[in-house]
Design a protein. Structure first.
Length: 323
């Protein structure tokens, strides 16, 4: 919508109003909050999009491949999700963050961390590098650090960029809600392309009754089956939410242990070490050794480079996504 209404103070023409209405219908009312001199960064959780795209495009058993037999269905779906988000949130800067092989410092803290994960499908393996080639063709930096997870890269960059820009984190991982702030919004992808829930501190509190910091404490208490750490055995989500509503934090709960029901108190006292460890495992690091200057991730697509990559991968029908 850049330039649709001219400069501030200029008379608004009928065609300008129509352009604004069209933009609101397409992008939502938050389009009104953006100005040409206000940077907006989109931080993409690459693995979240890639896995979602793979399963969404292969559930019927068909795997898209090039004429040479290279699987491309996940990358194809990734591009569609990615461009939908770009059109929806209209970033001025984009970064894509990735997990690297070899685990992270969390595996050193807790050997069973994510040990329950099954091997990824064989057809997805060659697409890990392929998707990074595609994002690079868009001029988007691919960020990943050995010993850290993509979440930590996203957390660190969100804090860095949040000092001078509005930040949107695109993911399907609700753990990212701990990163929400006045300048950082977490965009949770819902079922179906183009369906999002955008979390601000106010929206998080209204929907879940939690602050961003309490997301970490909630995980510490109840654990996380997806990441395979247990929290406090016998404490589920309902009890954890009740405790946090009453005492505010894990520290507040521990300060009031004598006032807790006997059964709850006994469970926590028996699992104090695991409570603290689970909370530490849940906490996204915002001090990872990652650097990507804002001026190094400006969204400025070389259309010819992208089309050349699409043609190489035999992606028919995607060229229209980049105009």
């Amino acid at each position: 919508m850049a330039g649709a209404a001219g400069r501030w103070g200029d008379p608004v023409q009928a065609e300008d109003i129509c352009a604004i209405i069209d933009a609101i219908l397409l992008y939502g009312s938050d389009v009104l909050l953006k100005t040409d001199n206000q940077p907006t960064v989109l931080l993409v959780d690459g693995m979240a999009l890639l896995f979602r795209a793979f399963y969404a495009t292969s559930y019927g058993g068909y795997i898209m491949r090039t004429s040479g037999g290279l699987p491309t269905n996940a990358v194809y779906g990734f591009v569609k999700y990615f461009m939908d988000a770009v059109k929806r949130f209209r970033p001025t800067h984009v970064v894509c963050c990735w997990d690297l092989s070899g685990g992270s410092f969390r595996n050193e803290q807790f050997a069973e961390y994510k040990a329950n994960r099954v091997d990824c499908p064989e057809e997805l393996i060659p697409q890990f590098d392929l998707v990074k080639d595609v994002t690079a063709s868009f001029g988007v930096p691919n960020i990943g650090i050995e010993g850290y997870e993509a979440d930590d890269c996203i957390g660190t960059l969100s804090r860095l960029y949040g000092e001078e820009a509005d930040v949107y984190i695109l993911t399907g991982d609700h753990d990212m809600l701990q990163l929400v702030s006045d300048r950082v919004k977490v965009v949770i992808m819902k079922k179906g392309q183009g369906n999002y829930t955008v979390y601000t501190p106010e929206a998080l509190l209204e929907e879940k009754g939690l602050t961003p910091a309490q997301i970490v404490d909630l995980k510490g208490l109840m654990g996380d089956t997806a990441d395979n750490y247990p929290g406090v055995k016998g404490i589920g989500e309902k009890t954890a939410l009740k405790l946090l509503a009453e005492y505010g934090s894990v520290d507040g709960i521990l300060e009031h242990l004598p006032q807790l029901p006997r059964g709850v108190r006994a469970k926590i006292e028996a699992e104090l070490d695991m409570l603290h460890l689970s909370r530490e495992l849940a906490r996204i690091r915002c001090d990872a050794p990652v650097a990507c200057p804002l001026d190094g991730c400006a969204w400025a697509v070389d259309r010819h480079a992208v089309i050349a990559k699409f043609e190489e991968l035999e992606f028919k029908g995607l060229q229209q996504l980049i105009g």
